[in-house]
Design a protein around this ligand. Structure first.
Ligand code: UDP
Ligand code: MG
Length: 311
């Protein structure tokens, strides 16, 4: 039988935990452990989790010192998972544990990542579903990995896929994209989604903006991790180019005696672009220093080897 580590971030979910455990206990198609990561809950979740762990040996609990956010909670769960398949899931009963077996079935067809797609999503339409649809199209477009629902926590991963990935910010949702860039086979299946009955959502519209900012970071780190100067330097050159064009424009007007330097904003605009260009190039130099520092400090190579032959 397959063995699955289920990773469950928990922040103030006191009324959901027992019901969730009952649903997990009803799973019989595979062996499992459930790693609950208590992300600094301020309600009774802490005590309840300890009780559940007393009753059920397959329940494991990691208590955080304070609230670090869902991504950190998931990272801690991944780091403590002992089985070869890892399935993160929300604690609020919006994801359905009964879907895990479908994720596993898809995985046996040769996939390393099977992502859940909450096709019929039961969240606030205006503040959550629509912004999230927009974010999903944007992420799919920019990362080149087409998924309908990056934000769904319920996904199944082969352990190797997540082992090397470090998670920051709201970035747990980008794991499928990272995995695909590193050669993993990624797919998605529809999963059920239930409205939240107990407790409250921790997110609102602001989440989408944070996700889009994280996407910028991911995109940058994907394309330029070892050569930030190419990014900043290029932008800097465009700054210089614009500065030059505006300067020439101002000079031509002056030579033709159509306008004096002080009667148009052109010299001013030219100067601004010059300074911006300069700043960008200096920033590129700084980024290069930071990047080298981080690679050399950790003895990291700028490449990854699949395997070596005849050494
Ligand atoms: N969560 C967490 N830390 C946080 C916020 C949320 O561990 O700081 C957990 C929360 O308990 C739940 C999951 O992350 O299990 C998803 O949160 P929520 O249901 O509020 O998000 P939504 O489903 O509304 O996107
Ligand atoms: Mg939820």
């Amino acid at each position: 039988m397959e063995k699955v580590s289920i990773v469950i971030p928990v922040y103030n979910e006191e009324d959901n935990l027992e019901l969730l455990l009952a649903k997990l206990q009803a799973l019989t198609d595979f062996e499992w452990e459930a790693i609950f990561v208590n992300d600094g809950s301020k309600d009774q979740s802490t005590e309840i989790l300890d009780e559940l762990a007393q009753k059920e040996a397959r329940v494991k609990v990691v208590h955080f010192l304070k609230n670090y956010g869902q991504t950190a909670a998931m990272a801690a769960g991944f780091a403590n998972a002992q089985y070869d398949i890892v399935v993160p899931m929300d604690a609020d009963l919006q994801n359905d544990p009964a879907d895990i077996v479908h994720l596993l079935a898809k995985m046996t067809k040769g996939y390393d990542v099977v992502s859940g797609w909450r096709k019929d999503r039961q969240d606030a339409t205006w503040t959550r579903v629509w912004p999230s649809n927009l974010a999903n199209s944007l992420i799919s477009y920019i990362t080149g990995v087409k998924l309908h629902d990056y934000g769904c926590t319920l996904k199944a991963y082969k352990k190797e896929v997540i082992q090397e990935i470090r998670l920051y910010g709201e970035m747990h949702r980008f794991i499928p994209a990272y995995a695909a860039w590193h050669g993993a086979k990624v797919t998605e299946i529809e999963v059920k989604h239930h409205p939240r009955i107990h407790g409250q959502t921790k997110y609102g519209l602001g989440k989408t903006f944070r996700v889009i900012l994280d996407l910028l970071v991911v995109k940058f780190l994907m394309d330029y991790p070892t050569r930030p100067m190419h990014f900043f330097g290029l932008a800097g050159f465009y700054g210089f180019l614009l500065s030059f064009i505006f300067a020439i424009w101002a000079i031509v007007l002056k030579l033709l005696a159509l306008r004096t330097f002080s009667s148009t904003p052109l010299p001013m605009i030219s100067a601004i672009f010059f300074v911006v260009g300069m700043q960008l190039i200096l920033m590129g130099l700084l980024a290069e220093m930071v990047m080298r520092n981080s690679y050399e400090g950790q003895n990291k190579t700028t490449y990854k080897i699949r395997n070596k032959v005849n050494f």
